[in-house]
Design a protein around this ligand. Structure first.
Ligand SMILES: C[S@@+](CC[C@H](N)C(=O)[O-])C[C@H]1O[C@@H](n2cnc3c(N)ncnc32)[C@H](O)[C@@H]1O
Length: 239
């Protein structure tokens, strides 16, 4: 018998934005896994959920490299999946906590794939979380979509290539991971006359939250990793 594996979304930052179900699951498992970068031992998700945890539950940090090197990534997913499987093989239930939602740009997606390669019999249950962009829209009181509009979500980690494409087909765009290529992204928004239609939100719901409406002022800066943009071609609020 293998233990059950839970992927638990802990929401975007504010510990009050975690679901009752997430807390219930985390209080019931024998081990909690959290991700950190290989550069440190820090897990944002763990920081968010800590006030809700039983102090006696063991917590294990799994490190993942922040890289595009496929070989390094795959070996870290495999190594960390083996660590989780060790616990599940003892018939213990375990949870992996993720920032926001587990199935939305999360390491959980890769980890589960590897776990199921090693132990296909494991029951996997995913507990959804409030995503960063939902919380960001609320923080700005900004409608994400209305009427017959559409919305596209993309990563800005590699600059504005994807942004140009989706702007041609969607009235609303959410761009995550804008921290690396901020100048390129803002140049594109300027070309499309959309800087005044863009909100930038950093560390939403956390200490040091920043909301910027004039995104031009971000040029030449290095935003925090936890930053995103909401771009609306249509009305921003009630105009
Ligand atoms: C690996 S993705 C994680 C997404 C997460 N699973 C979710 O449901 O929102 C990391 C990106 O999410 C965004 N993000 C996550 N939390 C955030 C927050 N509190 N404030 C602003 N952006 C955030 C940033 O764009 C960051 O680069």
């Amino acid at each position: 018998m293998a233990g059950e594996f839970f992927g638990v979304g802990v929401g975007p930052g504010d510990p009050d934005l975690i679901t009752l179900k997430a807390i219930k699951v985390l209080k019931g498992v024998s081990c909690i896994f959290a991700a950190s970068s290989t550069k440190n031992n820090y897990s944002v998700a763990l920081d968010i959920v800590k006030p809700h945890l039983n102090t006696a539950t063991p917590i294990e940090i799994l490190s993942f490299p922040m890289t595009y090197n496929a070989e390094k990534l795959e070996s870290s997913w495999k190594e960390n999946a083996e660590k989780v499987c060790k616990v599940l093989a003892e018939n213990k239930n375990a949870a992996f906590i993720t920032l926001g939602d587990p199935l939305f740009y999360s390491t959980y997606i890769y980890l589960v794939r590897e776990i199921l390669k090693i132990m296909p019999e494991v029951k996997v249950t995913t507990i959804p979380g409030i995503t960063s962009f939902q919380a960001a829209a609320s923080a700005c009181n900004l409608p994400l979509v209305e009427g017959e509009e559409s919305i596209a979500v993309a990563s800005g980690a590699k600059g504005s290539k994807q942004l140009r494409k989706i702007l041609s087909s969607s009235e609303n765009v959410v761009l995550l991971k804008v921290y690396r290529e901020i100048d390129d992204i803002i140049n594109t928004l300027e070309e499309e006359n959309l800087t005044e239609k863009t909100h930038f939100i950093s560390k939403c719901g956390m200490d040091g939250e920043v909301i910027i409406e004039n995104v031009r002022e971000l040029k030449g800066t290095k935003p925090h990793y936890l930053s995103l943009m909401i771009i609306k071609k249509g009305p921003l609020r009630g105009e």
